[in-house]
Design a protein around this ligand. Structure first.
Ligand code: BGC
Length: 522
């Protein structure tokens, strides 16, 4: 069949077309939505460790920190009030992502990005100018709304624009931008902490306006995805867009498949009720389990509290912030490893390798801390010993950066059929935010109570999630997004949830034998 789709038995179709400059640039611009999330993750830990900030907004925390002469290293920084500042944003993001689902579906992905960027911009201004705690918290809520909208729309946008065989790579630019955002924030905190006049924290918070301006303006230039255009009735525009992004006129096959997917999705009145149907059980399970597990790797303990953690093991203020910068750098560089391997190695191999690496490092870090501080939390850590701890934390972050970090956003965005994609992505974002919130809120008191055991606690979860992936996540590399159902149908466990008549993929004769599609010719 001239120029038609090629189907491989294991991976699905490969539509004609190449990676055009146009699609590459649109994906880079859209991915900058990750900057605002990353900037926020990286900025709050440093700001809350700055004395002028604490004195102005949280004087009681400041007094406690200065007066507390207790020798228990594990409990030095336990303050619920302070963690509320960090975690309030994630609650706002959680709620916003549900509204974002409707905007994304009805008006297209780009307007969710635009709206998110704009609200974030206002939040940044409010935070930079904050005179009292209410301004600060209100600003945080606006930032959270921005993050909710961006995280809901950007990963879906990237997965829909990308050609199937490069989807992993392009989608992961979102995570790359998150890590760049974190690193920039770490660097800015490192510099602004040195401002003697005491307004460094204002600079840190107000500079969030820069990434916000990038995504707000950038989104205005973004085209909508063909999937979304068809879904909203702009068939001709979708056809043209598909030609443009694939760089070929030979797009009929892909176009027809998108139309079929859209027709299926039109039959659905209520995506929220629909997602509960038995045939979507595999996707729903993943939309909940993947973000839940991503947070239970313990990564945000490092992201939010690295400076505090390093102070706990005896580092000075400056070297704590510097160590956070080093970790930020490792995070960016190792995300690149994933970007260049994910479409060749596949998702599963990265998940399994990264999980094993994280587990080993967590056990080592927990043990190193246990040897020095025991359960009493009393003791000192010599410099070289503490440097070892930092090295293993870096290896742990590397493992996360090429597995659960990017895959935690990629996999959920590529497994949903169009009819439940927006709703599914909202569930993914909100579960992610809920557990980001829970961990941000609970970490300092968990450290105080679990002590070094906290690292074993997260290591235990990493074992569970690695086993979960090994048995329950099918490989999704190179499978066109609107044909993912075939992957689930073939799976030893999830196949049972999908009836033969639910596998309707146009142009692809999916041979069903004993209830299993065999992957066949066109
Ligand atoms: C996670 C964040 C985390 C970041 C670290 C993201 O994928 O969702 O919670 O802070 O990776 O790089």
């Amino acid at each position: 069949m001239a120029g038609g789709a090629v189907v491989s038995a294991t991976e699905g179709k490969d539509y004609p077309g190449k990676l055009t400059m146009f699609v590459f640039l649109t994906c880079i611009v859209a991915a900058t939505g990750g900057l605002i999330f990353g900037y926020d993750i990286g900025i709050s830990g440093g700001v809350t460790s700055m004395d002028p900030f604490l004195k102005k907004f949280f004087p009681s925390v400041y007094r406690k920190e200065k007066e507390d002469k207790s020798t228990n290293q594990y409990c030095k920084f336990d303050s619920q009030l302070l963690t509320t500042f960090t975690s309030s944003l994630y609650l706002a993001a959680l709620i916003a992502s549900f509204f974002a689902s409707t905007v994304t579906r009805l008006f297209g992905r780009k307007w969710s990005m635009f709206g998110g960027g704009l609200v974030f911009l206002v939040g940044a201004a409010l935070n930079g100018a904050a005179e009292n705690v209410s301004m600060l918290i209100f600003g945080r809520i606006l930032l959270g709304i921005g993050v909710g909208f961006a995280n809901q729309s950007v990963p879906v946008y990237l997965s829909e624009m990308a050609p199937a065989r490069l989807r992993g790579m392009l989608n992961m630019c979102f995570q790359l931008m998150i890590t760049i955002g974190i690193l920039c924030a770490n660097l800015i905190n490192y510099g602004s902490d040195k401002i003697k006049a005491g307004w460094g924290w204002r600079l840190s918070l107000a500079l969030a306006a820069v990434p916000a301006a990038i995504i707000t303006l950038g989104s205005l230039f973004l085209p909508d995805t063909p999937n979304s255009l068809i879904d909203r009735g702009y068939d001709e525009a979708a056809l043209q867009m598909l030609r443009r992004i694939r760089g070929t006129d030979d797009i009929d096959e892909e176009y027809n498949d998108l139309v079929v997917a859209s027709e299926e999705s039109k039959k659905i009145q209520h995506p929220w009720a629909n997602i509960l149907k038995r045939k979507y059980r595999p996707q729903l399970t993943m939309a909940i389990a993947i973000p839940f597990f991503q947070q239970l790797t313990g990564i945000n303990v490092i992201e939010f509290y690295a400076p505090v953690l390093f102070k706990t093991i005896g580092f000075g203020n400056n070297s704590s912030l510097l160590s956070a910068v080093i970790i930020g750098l490792v995070n960016v560089l190792c995300t690149l490893v994933s970007i260049f391997t994910v479409d060749k190695l596949g998702r599963r191999k990265l998940f399994l390798q990264g999980g094993t690496q994280m587990f080993i490092c967590q056990v080592i870090v927990g043990t190193l801390i246990a040897i020095k501080f025991g359960t009493s939390g009393e003791g000192d850590m010599p410099k070289t010993y503490a440097a070892f701890v930092v090295v293993f934390i870096c290896i742990y972050v590397a493992g996360f950066a090429w597995s659960w970090g990017p895959l935690g956003w990629l996999v959920p965005s590529e497994i949903f059929p169009l009819e439940i994609r927006s709703a599914g992505q909202s569930i993914n974002v909100s579960v992610n935010m809920l557990f980001t919130f829970a961990i941000a809120q609970a970490f300092l008191s968990m450290l105080c109570h679990f002590k070094f055991g906290l690292f074993y606690f997260f290591a235990g979860w990493v074992v569970i999630m690695t086993i979960f992936i090994a048995f329950l996540l099918p490989e999704t590399k190179n499978v066109p997004i609107e044909e993912m159902v075939v992957v689930w149908k073939r799976h030893w466990f999830w196949g049972k949830f999908i009836a033969d008549e639910d596998v309707h993929v146009s142009g692809m004769a999916v041979e069903i034998s004993n209830g299993k599609p065999k992957g066949a010719g066109v």
